[in-house]
Design a protein around this ligand. Sequence first.
Ligand code: OAD
Length: 270
Amino acid sequence: RTLPGRTVEALAEHIKSGQVKKICVMTGAGISTSAGIPDFRSPDTGLYANLARLNLPYAEAVFDINFFRRSPEPFYELAHELYPGKFRPTITHSFIRLLNDKGLLLKHFTQNIDCLDREAGVPDDKIVEAHGSFARQSCIDCSMPYPEEYIKLHIEEKTIPRCELCKGLVKPEIVFFGEQLPASFFQNRMLPYESDLVIVMGTSLTVQPFASLPGMVREETPRLLINKERVGGFGSQADDVLLIGDCDEGVRKLAKACGWLKELEALWAK
Ligand code: OAD
């Protein structure tokens, strides 16, 4: 075993001892719910439970490329609500930034499309946006890039942008069901194996291939799960630490045990 116990305190001691130098963080929608962005699968509050008004054949259709080709309207209805710019990073995003400031962050793998990690100051080259983001948009037929100022107008007015070249549908480069993940995901997917700590936060770990990342670790690598529910078979490895509950509370707990709480709060308040 690497840790003397499966507690946050034991993990903090391990971090403070200097033996942890490369941390991989893996996140999902749960780290942004306190910013006001719903997650997908939480009963009642999740996005998929609240899409009745869009008259979808099934909830995930709103992010399905074949459905989008036939009916792009529901996605653009939703994009209007989810478009970045309206939300402020959470203390959990600042915690990831803090890890980077301390030279401990190897990579942040995220399924989120809200860009809040960037906004919190995590540098671009440390982020793998496994499901893409709203940062770029292009034609789904000819791949021609589409200007940001135009798509902003369409999203604001809930109208459908079309390619200026071939009239194909334009879509933000969010990875839809039925589409490949970006090359950066495949280039970096072995990094968890090189890391000496994995932290998973705010994800149900139900969507592959992202869900397989926390398993790409060496047996002796401690893993920390901070999530409202237990997911992904966490607890099965000797050095799995589980903090079941809110992730903002969880990162505060870990930061406190590491002696970083004041620094973290200050970073977030900026
Ligand atoms: P989910 O909605 O599937 O899971 C969110 C997880 O975070 C759940 O386990 C919640 O219990 C937990 N959670 C919610 N709020 C929390 C909080 N404040 N503190 C701690 N935990 C909290 O979201 P993802 O796992 O991100 O893909 O979903 C994965 C992918 O499915 C998304 O990227 C999206 C979706 O379909 C695409 O659109 C391609």
